[in-house]
Ligand binder design. Sequence first.
Ligand SMILES: [Zn+2]
Length: 250
Amino acid sequence: MAATNEIVEYLDDRLKIREFEDVSMNGLQVQGASVVNRVAVATDAAMATYRRAALEECQMLIAHHGLIWGGLKYVTGRNYAHLKFLMDHDINLYAAHLPLDAHPELGNNAILAKQAGLLKMEPFGSYHGTMLGYRGSLPSPMTPDELAGIWKGHLGCDPTILSFGKKKIESVGIVSGRGGALTEAIERGVDCLVTGEGSHENHHEALEAGINIIFLGHYYSEIVGVRAVGAELEEKFGVEAVFIDEPTAF
Ligand SMILES: [Zn+2]
């Protein structure tokens, strides 16, 4: 059991929550119970994850994609439904978007890079001037299928693979979510871009540049950060953390 404000202060500091310029309003977005026994962690703030957090008797939900983006607008329709549910169930909603992509230990990208055993890591994946991901070398060259297989195992995803480049990959650039780092990956000469979600025009751009891309899925590329936060809170505060798995189609 821990006081909500102690957990919030800890996360704000650990994730450097105020240091990022982000459209997500990071930090405690909706206030709930003042004491927490069980914490739910999920990629998305959504009715589906709130309902499961309530069923699991959690007093806090930590989401990578929170509810409030760029300030609160109208409390009607979907916003009303979300806020009403959270308040009726006394659930605190804490959001950590870019801070949880970029964090060097708990971040989505740091963990994805670690899972692949990347060496000689350097910042990669510029997003409005902040580097969110990592570029590095694989311990030994591997095919796009072999590389994708690593995350298939860790994340349970079914990656989409564009094998348009080198048959044996040595250098990799990783950026989670809707990475948008293809041009940077081409310019920096990586053999394979690993990201969450792509866009239609990526296909020919990658084909013409002769680069491999592995799309892990936006959702799957962003489950590892919240899980790591849950595990850390269990250790530091003695609360129970529950990962709420609600995969999206992307
Ligand atoms: Zn995302």
